[in-house]
Design a protein around this ligand. Sequence first.
Ligand code: UD1
Length: 429
Amino acid sequence: MEKIIIEGGYRLEGELPISGAKNAALPLMCAGLLTKGGLTLHNLPNLADIKTLASLLTELGCHITYEKDGWDRGLGQSMTIKADHITSTTAPYDIVRKMRASILVLGPLLAREGEAIVSLPGGCAIGNRPIDLHLKGFEDIGASIELKEGYVRSSGKLRGGTIYFPTVSVGATENILMAACLAQGTTTIENAAKEPEITDLAQCLVAMGAKITGIGSSRLVVEGVPELHGAEYTVMPDRIEAGSYAVAAAMTHGELELIGKNLPEVMTGTLGILKKAGLTFINTDKGLITRLTNDKIIGINAVTNPYPGFPTDMQAQLMAMMTLCEGASVITETIFENRFMHVPELCRMGADITINGSTATIRGIKRLLGAPVMATDLRASMSLVLAGLAAEDITEVNRIYHLDRGYERLVQKLEACGAKISRMKTDNI
Ligand code: UD1
């Protein structure tokens, strides 16, 4: 295994390229199952999750080719998914347990092949995370669902219908949206999630010949078509990665230009909160410049909410920053029930945080102190890296395979902007 070593206290400065969004790329890759025509995706991040999903798609019979030329130039890699013959409709436990997003093959397989057998993902580090909304949605548009031996067995000819989601779910909206494209009738999704990654998926599906209206709203209407054709699509930039590096700039009293298209548009909820916390953002031709306005972090109240609210995927990073705020901050997590695992580790670095149910109160301190730390999920791990960049002395972040799932070239990007950061092998953790 490897760990990341950070010598804190160095100001970050320069241009930092933002990669393609993992959470957009994963559903877009699954959309490749919907056509025999081939789907070429550009600006894919080079991440462990992308490789895991590519291996699942290959197991289902897809032929996948990469074109990596653009990667060294910060343009990401391209991938073509050819799903001429789907040879299996089963997503096995071994892959689904590694990556929950594998559940997103269910909709496309069911729509195209009339059946899908997908392992139940089970719990994960940030909570229980059921998939009941996905399954109810498939039933509402004509599928039969049976749970057996840890697997979801779904079958039937999809005929469309109206689905009302009682809770906003990104994954359930994406899964049903993909399946509805090939259903026989019209599907209406009420209370659909509005995250920019869903808009990205919907626009790609339209490029493949799908008939979708209401894109970007909480009511999506999909008129099914008999088949979709091939297309080329460029994945949107990662708004969570961009938000994380904006926090890095602020915590090190530095200034970064985040390079990526349309960042202000896709970062609505994040920018609002970060501005309240004392950050300035300036639009440029290439992206967004960010720094502290008055060289101080201001205590705030923040509540995570579905888009356009403040994203749960930024909560841990915001909390790392708030450890150094003037006064105190209150952060409430409303999306996942167990998403404060970074708190004990931040406290080991000197942070003053108390938790009461789903609310954390953070009293600002003057400085964080480096320590060996580890986290159990992706964003929590990033919050520890951010704390390490600002902390005195050395911070060692262990279990960095979480970071490899979601932050492309993390060490190289930060190093290029002045951080003292490196990776090294570890034998004991
Ligand atoms: C996606 C993102 C994840 C992000 C989350 C919320 C990907 C690959 N992952 O996850 O990074 O943190 O959105 O923005 O895009 N729920 C149910 N039943 C269901 C589905 C969800 O009760 O069938 C609940 C969940 O437990 C959670 C809430 O709905 O409390 C939102 O979850 P959801 O939006 O579905 O998250 P994911 O799509 O899994």
